[in-house]
Design a protein around this ligand. Structure first.
Ligand code: NAG
Ligand code: NAG
Length: 218
C-alpha cells in the first residue's frame, strides 16, 4: 500500500513539474540557437543559424527614450528575439516603454508572458484586471516594480507632469501583444459591426466612430 502511495506521489510531483514547464516558453535543447530570422523553416520559435557572432546577443535600442508624439502619448520599444536573434529558445526578453505627460499604454494582454516593470523615471498609474473583473492597481514611481500576470488585460498611464519610462521584462522571447481596442476595432478584415454593437451594447454609429479613429492615416 505504501509503495502505491509513493507511486501516486511521484506521479503527482511529475505532473506538477510538467505543468510548471509548459507555462513558459519551451526549454532549450542546446547552449544556443541564434534565430535565423530569414529562414523559411517554420518551427516553434526560429530555426538556428550557422554563422553566429557577438552581435547576435547585443542591442542598444533601449538606450534612448522613444518618441511619444502619437495619439496614445506612449511608445513601446521591444528588445525581443526579432531584435536580438540570440534570444531564440532562451525564454526572456525586455521592452522599454516611454510615456509623455498624460500618455497611456492602452489596455492590452501578452498571451505568452508575465511582465514585470521597473520604473526608470517619472510616476505611473498601473493596473491589471483579473478574469473575475477585479481591478488590481497602484501608483508606482522611480525605482519601483509592478507585475502583470500572463494573459491578463493591463495598462499604464502617466498622470504626472513630466515624462515617465519603464523597463519591462518578460518570460518569453516573444511575448506577443494584443491591444484590446485595436484588436476589436482595427482588425483586417474588420470585426462585423453587429458583433461589436451587441458586445458593447451600443449602436452602429458609436462602433463606426471608434473604428474611424483607428483607421490608418492616409
Ligand atoms: C558561414 O561563414 C563561412 C565563412 O565565412 C562561409 O563560408 C559560409 O558560407 C557561411 N555559412 C552560411 C550559412 O552563411
Ligand atoms: C514625431 O516627432 C518626430 C521627430 O520630432 C517626427 O519626425 C515625427 O514625424 C513625429 N511624428 C508624429 C506622428 O507627429
Amino acid at each position: 500500500m505504501a509503495a502505491v502511495n509513493k507511486l501516486i506521489m511521484m506521479i503527482v510531483m511529475m505532473l506538477a513539474i510538467v505543468s510548471i514547464t509548459v507555462f513558459a516558453d519551451p526549454d532549450l535543447l542546446q547552449d544556443i540557437c541564434v534565430a535565423d530570422l530569414t529562414s523559411g523553416v517554420k518551427v516553434n520559435g526560429f530555426a538556428c543559424k550557422e554563422n553566429i557572432s557577438s552581435a547576435d546577443f547585443f542591442f542598444d535600442g533601449l538606450a534612448k527614450a522613444g518618441l511619444t508624439n502619437n495619439s496614445m502619448g506612449s511608445l513601446v520599444t521591444a528588445a525581443n528575439v526579432q531584435k536580438i536573434p540570440g534570444l531564440n529558445t532562451l525564454g526572456v526578453s525586455l521592452s522599454r516603454i516611454d510615456y509623455a505627460p498624460g500618455g497611456l499604454n492602452p489596455p492590452h494582454t501578452h498571451p505568452r508572458a508575465t511582465e514585470i516593470v521597473f520604473v526608470l523615471e517619472g510616476e505611473l498609474d498601473v493596473g491589471f484586471i483579473t478574469t473575475a473583473n477585479v481591478l488590481i492597481s497602484k501608483s508606482i514611481k522611480k525605482g519601483e516594480i509592478y507585475v502583470f500576470p500572463r494573459g491578463l488585460v493591463h495598462f499604464q498611464k502617466n498622470n504626472g507632469k513630466v515624462p515617465a519610462a519603464v523597463i519591462a521584462a518578460f518570460n518569453s522571447q516573444l511575448p506577443g501583444t494584443q491591444s484590446i481596442a485595436a484588436t476589436l476595432f482595427a482588425a483586417t478584415p474588420p470585426v462585423p459591426d453587429n458583433v461589436l454593437t451587441k458586445a458593447f451594447q451600443v449602436g452602429t454609429k458609436e462602433v463606426d466612430k471608434i473604428k474611424s479613429r483607428f483607421a490608418p492615416k492616409k
